[in-house]
Ligand binder design. Structure first.
Ligand code: ADE
Length: 399
């Protein structure tokens, strides 16, 4: 991979001579070229910045040195090849592991390190329109650095370590944070029992010494879930690694009423659309009404990373005690399709009292998705209109 970096502080990039990235350069896996922006100035002071038009604090980097520097980089390419241009800046798209993977596929990257208040906007247009480059402004995070150099160090390291041959043990790339949406599990090494200078002895979690690989894998997965839930709950909900087995079904508490109301509304909007009516209680109920429901029904909830993401409720039919009524089966729209609904339904069935002869459900006549789920779970649609207008009832005999 070819990497060109343009900066007014070329020495800032010296750490890229060290460690695995330095070795990759010496092994010829990376061809890193650092250019001094001041080499493309023509005045006595080698000035690269000037005051901003329209006023305001700070200085703006001038277009001319940047245009010449970028043209110089592009001219080094053979056969019409062009680098993808990355401009680090706090106003860019977030730099993520997914973007690192995308950039690792590129044969040639050029980085333009801005300083001060940034680079004259016309440089971006020039790079895209005159030089024909794909230009991406990329941010390391929601904070402001003094310039792009530190961001380039981070990005080059994250990208280069994904190149074949740069990391000796490619397996170590697989279970890393951000690869499957969960953070890494905690790690330990010898000694198994370590005494700190304050005289406190700390042991390695016993499961890691057990030799039971299944138990170790399960423990590590649980640790990843707990860490992600605690530190980055925003990642948890989109993680492909989050499965139904990871989520505990617990009894709802009165304090859950407000969140349940919100989840209900989110889940029943689709029902309103499918059945062409908004006259559906779960869509319209107030928090107080939902709270009352918690007193009249046994309700269970599932939380992921603190957020309420699923629920179901059940009770013995007031007039037919042998019938176990199940309702309000809901899973947050972004977590549907992972088996959570089926698990909640099975849980509600399992809570039925011993005298139960059948489970009862009710859904919209045109709620195709629900009907499919319930049929698969063994429920049969009962003839005629259901208990409520526009609905059907479903029954399943208890075995
Ligand atoms: N330059 C200044 N702040 C930056 C940030 N947060 N990310 C990338 N480049 C920057």
């Amino acid at each position: 991979m070819i990497l060109d970096v343009v900066s007014i502080f070329p020495d800032y990039l010296a750490p890229l001579d060290l460690s695995l990235i330095g070795k990759a350069r010496r092994d010829g896996l990376i061809d890193l070229r650092v250019h001094d922006l001041r080499d493309f100035t023509h005045d006595r002071h080698h000035s690269v910045d000037d005051t901003p038009y329209g006023g305001g604090a700070g200085m703006v980097m001038k277009p001319q040195p940047w245009a010449e520097a970028l043209a110089h980089v592009v001219a080094s390419g053979a056969g019409g090849a062009r680098p993808r241009l990355i401009v680090p800046g706090p106003g860019g798209v977030p730099f993520t592991q997914a973007l690192a993977r995308e950039l690792a596929e590129e044969p040639w990257l050029a980085f333009a390190c801005g300083r001060y208040e940034g680079i004259d906007e016309r440089v971006y247009e020039y790079a895209a329109q005159d030089l024909g480059l794909q230009v991406s402004v990329v941010s390391l995070g929601d904070y402001v650095l003094n310039g792009g150099e530190v961001a380039v160090l981070a990005m080059v390291e994250a990208v280069a370590r994904l190149l074949p041959g740069v990391i000796g043990n490619a397996e170590s790339l697989v279970e890393e944070s951000h690869e499957d949406g969960l953070l890494e599990y905690p790690v330990y090494t010898k000694p198994a029992s370590w005494e700190s200078s304050a005289g406190v002895t700390r042991a390695v979690p016993p499961v890691l010494l057990s030799g039971d690989h299944g138990a170790i894998a399960a423990w590590r997965h649980q640790q990843r879930l707990e860490r992600t839930a605690a530190r980055r709950p925003d990642l948890l909900h989109s993680s492909a690694a989050l499965t139904v087995d990871d989520l505990a079904i617990t009894s709802a508490r009165p304090a859950d009423a407000a969140e349940l109301t919100t989840l209900q509304r989110a889940c029943w909007v689709g029902e309103a659309r499918a059945n062409d009516t908004h006259d559906i209680p779960p869509l319209l109920e107030s928090v107080d009404e939902v709270a009352r429901g918690l007193q009249e029904w046994q309700t269970w909830v599932v939380r992921a990373g603190g957020r309420l993401v699923g629920s179901v409720r059940a009770r013995s039919h007031p007039d037919h005690p042998a019938v176990w009524q199940i309702g309000r089966l809901m899973v947050a729209p972004d977590l549907q399709g992972r088996g959570l609904g089926r698990a909640l339904l099975a849980h509600a069935e399992a809570q039925a009292p011993s005298g139960t002869a059948a489970y009862w459900l009710n859904t919209g006549t045109r709620s195709e998705r629900n009907l499919r789920t319930y049929r698969k779970a063994g429920y049969r649609v009962q003839p005629g209109e259901g208990t409520f207008a526009g609905t059907v009832d479903l029954l399943k005999r208890r075995r």
